[in-house]
Write a protein that binds this ligand. Structure first.
Ligand SMILES: [Zn+2]
Ligand SMILES: [Zn+2]
Length: 367
């Protein structure tokens, strides 16, 4: 079938919306008509070639839409179902079999390989191949093919077009707090980063009953939003004494948990330095490969831990419905972070989020 997709032809190029041909769903694949798709920081750093992905490529990995058709072997969803698309995994490695698909041994192949696992082509521009299957979806397009493990059914009474961020950014911040770190009621948490992942962590910290929720960021509007979503304190990431201000916010004790969601090694250092004894720092922010961080070795003593976290340790089929349920109860109002744009304005949405003019852009597709 013919679809319209936002193609990136080479690193750092703009998105160009073009007509492409999409294969019908093969065994284990689902064809989804997109209602909305979020723009995630990872789409933009892959566009700019921080991570090696083959070009030309269709990115996008926070898709939400309606199932149009399913291939052989797909029993989880049927045409007409409302679904969110999340990351893909192999399903058969040790990590996948023990409930940790975000640490799948084949994670890079399945999410950054931009190809069907068997190597066959799914997207073409005229006679030439365009790479797809980014994060098991390539959802910057009117239609996407997704492997069954990327597809999560959600209740039909949710506003479908806005649900895409559940597939990555919201899932990452929320599950980091509720699932990976398991912050206890009454604990203190410091969140470094006030973008969509940081704000999702704030909302989850409220759900968890954290007593102190401090957010470190550079953008005043985003920090104000973090306060509206439940942050008890905010601090300027640019200030020279951010570590001291956080220490004083924590009553001099330090934090039980911190989350580094910016990818900045200086802030990772601060996120470790502000921990109380036995405190854990969750490392979420994507940094360029090769970036190193300096930590004071003696500071890591007394039970302090550093924990890398991908996608919040989530199992999409389990955790996305759980987060959607919290949202339905009004406990995770992630829609407050969203600014909508028509799909055709994808470059403007990317510029606005990079400039800090919005927190979570969601591209809408016309019926
Ligand atoms: Zn696996
Ligand atoms: Zn993402």
């Amino acid at each position: 079938m013919l679809i319209r997709a936002a193609v990136i032809d080479a690193p750092n190029n703009a998105f160009i919306i073009q007509e492409l041909a999409l294969e019908p769903p093969g065994p284990g694949e689902v064809l989804v008509r997109m209602a909305g798709t979020g723009v995630c920081h990872s789409d933009l750093i892959v566009r700019d070639a921080w991570y090696p992905v083959p070009f030309p490529v269709v990115l996008g990995h926070e898709g939400a839409g309606v199932v149009e058709a399913v291939g052989n072997e797909v029993t989880e969803v049927s045409p007409g179902d409302h679904v969110v698309l999340s990351f893909d995994s192999c399903g058969s490695c040790t990590r996948c079999r023990t409930g940790a698909p975000a640490y799948c041994a084949e994670f890079l192949t399945h999410n950054f390989g931009c190809d069907r696992p068997d190597g066959s082509v799914s997207l073409r521009r005229g006679p030439s191949r365009v790479n797809g299957f980014f994060f098991g979806q390539s959802s910057f397009a009117t239609h996407a093919l997704a492997p069954r493990r990327s597809v999560v059914k959600i209740p039909a009474d949710l506003p479908l077009a806005l649900m895409g961020p559940l597939g990555c950014g919201v899932q990452t911040g929320t599950c980091a707090v509720l699932k990976a770190l398991r912050c206890e009621a009454g604990s203190r948490i410091a969140v470094f980063g006030s973008g969509s992942v940081g704000c999702s962590a704030v909302m989850a910290a409220v759900v968890a009953g954290c007593s102190t929720i401090a957010v470190v960021g550079r953008n005043k509007h985003r920090l104000r939003l973090a306060e509206e979503l439940g942050a008890t304190h905010v601090a300027d990431a640019g200030s020279a004494n951010v570590t001291e201000s956080l220490r004083s916010i924590s009553g001099g004790m330090g934090f039980d948990y911190s989350i580094e969601a910016t990818g900045d090694p200086g802030l990772l250092r601060a996120a470790v330095d502000v921990l109380h004894t036995r405190g854990t720092c969750g490392v979420i922010g994507a940094a360029r490969p090769g970036i190193e961080v300096a930590l004071e070795m003696s500071g890591l003593m007394f039970g302090r831990r550093l924990q890398g976290i991908v996608e919040g340790d989530s199992v999409p089929q389990v955790d996305i419905p759980l987060i959607a349920g919290l949202h339905q109860k009004g406990l995770l109002p992630f829609d407050r972070m969203i600014t909508t744009y028509p799909f055709e304005a994808i470059n403007e949405a990317a510029q606005d989020v990079t400039a800090g003019k919005c927190v979570k852009p969601v591209l809408l597709f016309q019926e």
